[in-house]
Write a protein that binds this ligand. Structure first.
Ligand code: NDP
Ligand code: 8X3
Length: 252
């Protein structure tokens, strides 16, 4: 029986790359995200390229009732989840907090923290029954260091760091592994979302250096999941070679 990975935020960037990497090594995949047309595109590509068994889940991780219902109603063959990648997340804006938009704060906190909790809470019930599983949380350098104008996004990723540690302690009796992967700058749609579709601003974030590619993080996520069952990789901070800290980037 193939292993099953459940990836949130698989319509773009890191999540999409994870779907391809895990599919390549023979996993069946559950891909989740709000944009159904993107899910259909990823599903078709995975089927065509690797013959993957895919289940697409149009899902907003902020909607707790929908998350619970979606996971309760997974087809039987997807009711056994080996790996959950909590990747869905976003930043909105880059302003001092006193100029920030509270609607954006709600969206970041509800997605990056409560969304991760909603999905984990539902999926972990399956893992507890199985007596095994692996939760991989995508944190950020922003959860380790605070940078000016990062305020709520940084706080949301610091919460991911705390929750990862809590999960690891609390899931100890059930043989469930918990890993945090915390990337520095990865070129995805992240900055386009942060700057509300402003392509010039988004491109400028990655100007003059080679950022990480989503495939780099997917490779690492796959690596952590490929270790023997008695090995848990707790935490990985992964930066582009040209980046030493959140705001220390060497640009040519
Ligand atoms: P992208 O914008 O490319 O991808 C974000 C993904 O999250 C999309 O698939 C989006 O899907 C999904 N998503 C957002 N909100 C929701 C929601 N409410 N419900 C379900 N899915 C949602 O960015 P990245 O790939 O870069 O981001 C992935 C993760 O990596 C995030 O948690 C981000 O914070 C983190 N990260 C990113 C870094 C970077 O530099 N890019 C660095 C460190 C961490 P859809 O819109 O279809 O719902
Ligand atoms: C995304 C990386 O440095 O833009 O988490 O916050 S950063």
């Amino acid at each position: 029986m193939s292993k099953i990975v459940f990836i949130t935020g698989a319509t773009s960037g890191i999540g999409r790359a994870c779907a391809f990497r895990f599919a390549e090594s023979g996993y069946d995949v559950i891909i989740a995200g709000r944009r159904m047309e993107r899910l259909i595109e990823v599903e078709s590509a995975l089927k065509e390229k690797f013959g993957t068994v895919v289940f697409s889940l149009g899902l907003d991780v902020k909607q707790r009732d929908s998350v619970n219902e979606a996971i309760r109603n997974l087809p039987d063959r997807f009711q056994h989840i080996d790996v959950l990648i909590n990747n869905a997340g976003l930043a909105l804006g880059l302003n001092p907090f006193y100029e920030g938009d509270p609607v954006g704060w709600d969206s970041m906190l509800d997605t990056n923290i409560k969304g991760l909790l909603n999905v984990s809470h539902a999926v972990v019930q399956l893992m507890i029954r199985q007596g095994k599983g692996h939760i991989i949380n995508i944190g950020s350098i922003a959860g380790r260091e605070v940078y000016a104008k990062g305020n709520v996004y940084c706080a949301s990723k610091a919460a991911v760091d705390s929750l990862t540690k809590s999960m690891r302690i609390e899931l100890l009796p059930f043989g469930i592994r918990v890993t945090q992967i915390a990337p520095g700058a990865v070129e995805t749609e992240f900055s386009l979302v942060r700057f509300e579709g402003n392509e010039d601003k988004a491109r400028a974030v990655y100007d003059g250096f080679e950022p990480l590619h989503p495939e780099d993080i997917a490779e690492v996520a796959h690596y952590t999941a490929s270790m023997p069952p008695h090995v848990n990789i707790n935490d990985l901070l992964i930066m582009p070679t040209a980046q030493a800290a959140a705001t220390q980037i060497f640009r040519k």
